[in-house]
Design a protein around this ligand. Structure first.
Ligand code: M6R
Length: 394
């Protein structure tokens, strides 16, 4: 049994597994500390919402008021797991802050950039800050900046390597403070990207008055609770996930379903499964899955349904029922306490309750643990999966 271990700060961290069998597991267990560190850097501890000024927000984000007041559109460019962080962020930026946001794989953006609009903020997300496609995308975005000074544009980098090439290419940089990540599969850096994006979306939402202080307070409280909740989740789910991994290690295919903000987590869970276990895994928006891909199902295909309490819960359960009718082994990830609903799941992984809009920060963790446990079960080199490197420099 491996429990939570304290970690060293950022670059002082030693390349040592500190008692964990693999770096990936160590990095998954570092997540409570990483979230604590990010919140300590970006969220003011004593903000109580009493100052009504639009410039008073709970966040320490060095972004000029001119940007938050004028930004009309956001374009996010990134690859792989970082792109999935962008997809979660798209939901927050649009639904909380009301800013139209588009996300594109950096490699696709280069050949087909979004039509240029005035007052666009381009955000490049990259753990390493060196991914060639992401650097090329930000270069294209900057080259296309409007020559008319009244049509402003800005660039922001979100990276775990603030000294990287990315920082020289953008106007502003937000470090994700996750510490060194050695496992090729991104885990703690993904979670830290989400925390930074969430703070940014709430900052925009408050400054632009898209969200009232009263409505923001519960979300800020929920953010503050996250580190302890992640610790609880890791302690409670470690053993059940080990057992589940043994049961499904030989599954032929794995489908991960999510709706709304957890669609991106379905994509991320499937990516973690693919790159560490070499299983064929796909993430789908669960409503869309019913329009064709459901034909794939039989007793050899495992399905994971991400079903947090809230607006998507009933429709996720309705989709899960159809999956079950096709004999597919069904695994649920939920924080809902409605026991009667859970009977349909062959295996249930519970995560702590939180606001649905913050649920991706918790629902991704059982998927990381499951990918890790299946990879170990299948005796693969978890930290160095075949065919890929930590950073794609070309
Ligand atoms: O360093 P970056 O975040 O730019 O890397 C992007 C992708 O190569 C990376 O997220 C990749 O998908 C990970 N290995 C996923 O675990």
């Amino acid at each position: 049994m491996v429990g939570h271990k304290p970690i060293q700060n950022t670059d002082a961290e030693l390349p040592d597994r500190q008692g964990f069998a693999h770096f990936m597991l160590k990095e998954i267990y570092e997540q409570p500390e990483v979230v604590r560190r990010c919140l300590a850097a970006y969220l003011k501890p004593d903000w109580d919402g009493q100052d009504a000024s639009v410039l008073s927000t709970p966040f320490n984000l060095a972004l000029p008021e001119q940007v938050s007041a004028n930004v009309a559109e956001i374009q996010i460019v990134a690859c792989g797991t970082s792109r999935h962080a962008g997809l979660v962020a798209q939901y927050w930026l649009e639904q909380l802050a009301g800013i139209p946001t588009r996300v594109r794989s950096a490699s696709e953006f280069v050949s087909g950039p979004f039509p240029l609009r005035a007052n666009t903020l381009t955000i490049a997300v990259t753990q390493s800050g060196e991914t060639a496609d992401t650097l090329a995308a930000i270069a294209v975005a900057k080259r296309r900046s409007p020559s008319d000074a009244s049509l402003q544009s800005w660039s922001l980098g979100i990276t775990n390597q603030p000294e990287s090439s990315l920082s020289k290419a953008v106007d502003y940089i937000f470090p994700t403070l996750a510490g060194v990540e050695i496992g090729v599969a991104a885990t703690k850096t993904f979670l830290s990207q989400l925390v930074v994006f969430c703070c940014l979306a709430l900052e925009f939402a408050l400054r632009r008055r898209a969200l009232s202080v009263q409505d923001a307070m519960p979300l800020i409280g929920a953010l503050r609770s996250l580190p302890d909740q992640i610790e609880t989740l890791l302690n409670q789910q470690h053993e059940p996930i080990q057992m589940l991994a043994k049961i499904i290690a030989d599954t032929k295919d794995c489908i991960v379903l999510g709706r709304g903000i957890n669609h991106a987590i379905a994509l991320e869970g499937a990516l973690k499964l693919k790159e560490t276990t070499y299983l064929h895994a796909e993430g789908y928006a669960s409503g869309e899955f019913m329009h064709g891909p459901i034909a794939l199902l039989d007793a050899t295909v495992s399905v994971i349904a991400i079903a947090p309490a809230g607006t998507v819960y009933a429709s996720m359960l309705a989709n899960a029922r159809k999956v079950k009718a096709n004999r597919a082994p069904l695994i649920g990830i939920t924080n809902a306490s409605t026991q009667a609903d859970h009977a349909m799941f062959d295996h249930l992984l519970t995560v702590p309750a939180t606001d649905e809009r913050l649920s991706p920060l918790l629902t991704v963790i059982p998927l990381q643990l499951l990918a890790y446990a299946i990879a170990v079960q299948r005796s693969f080199d978890v930290d160095r999966p075949r065919n890929i490197t930590k950073t794609l420099l070309t």
